[in-house]
Ligand binder design. Structure first.
Ligand code: ATP
Length: 235
């Protein structure tokens, strides 16, 4: 469903991604791994239109989306949960969720979607009228994911969803994402610093190193590859 070919991304004179090729199948979970500065966040930003590619192409469901901006891409089915939790802290939980659903221009979905998010992330329901700034880290991450899901994406891009969370909370969130994938065929691209966690959840994984793709394989095979583990994954 997603085909990236020869993608190049730059920040001014700094080339952050070199010639990246990547294929992501519908309903799969793909982990993007690599050390600090490898280009993981840059890859997600390029896919959600926050950063324009310098070269190469991105195709989603056989449509060229390379030159589309972030608003178009939300409408086309791409949602991005940035690192550091994409919620508006001054708004309540419910307001954040509804905001995520405005793209759909579907009033009925605003209601049913909010109820669905409470079913997926029960801690949010009790806090529906609280401002997001009063939430714990885990609840904020749930809200950020819920807000992204309110746009009913085909492809969800998640940047470090377990960063700073207690292992139990991170595991709950991962379990919910797997359930969603099973129920709706959602496709997930997951950036993780913690390779062990990511490889246990993902079907496939790619490893970036200083802006280049250095490995791309089934997650279980990468987890068993001593060369890749030692060189790039600190496992
Ligand atoms: P981290 O886990 O630290 O977020 P990452 O793998 O996500 O790392 P990126 O944030 O994509 O890496 O960064 C890739 C490269 O691009 C790095 O060399 C970084 O310094 C550079 N870079 C990132 N953002 C900018 C920016 N706004 N301006 C200039 N250079 C940037």
């Amino acid at each position: 469903m997603l085909e990236v070919s020869g993608l190049v991304a730059e920040y001014g004179p700094v080339r952050a991604l070199h010639d990246i090729d990547l294929t992501v199948g519908r309903g799969s979970i793909t982990a993007v791994l690599g050390a600090n500065g490898a280009g993981k966040t840059t890859l997600l930003r390029s896919l959600s239109g926050l950063l324009r590619a310098k070269a190469g192409s991105v195709r989603l469901n056989d449509r060229d989306i390379t030159r589309h901006g972030p608003e178009d891409l939300v409408r086309l089915g791409v949602a991005h949960v940035p690192e550091g939790r994409g919620v508006i802290v001054e708004l309540t939980v419910e307001e954040n969720l509804r905001l995520g659903g405005l793209w759909r221009r579907d009033r009925a979905w605003l209601r049913t979607g909010v109820a669905r998010m409470f079913e997926l992330f029960p801690p949010l329901e009790q806090r529906r009228h609280q401002r997001a700034q009063t939430l714990s880290g885990g609840e904020r991450q749930m809200l950020a994911i819920g807000r992204a899901l309110m746009s009913r994406p085909d492809l969800l891009l998640l940047d470090e969803p377990s960063l700073g969370l207690a292992p139990r909370t991170a595991a709950q969130i991962v379990a919910t994402l797997r359930r969603l994938r099973a129920e709706t065929g959602l496709t997930l691209l997951l950036v993780e610093q913690n390779a062990g966690t990511a490889l246990s959840v993902a079907d496939r994984a790619v490893v970036l190193n200083v802006g280049r793709k250095v490995a791309d394989d089934e997650a279980a095979r990468l987890a068993a590859d001593d060369r890749v583990r030692r060189a790039y994954l600190e496992m």
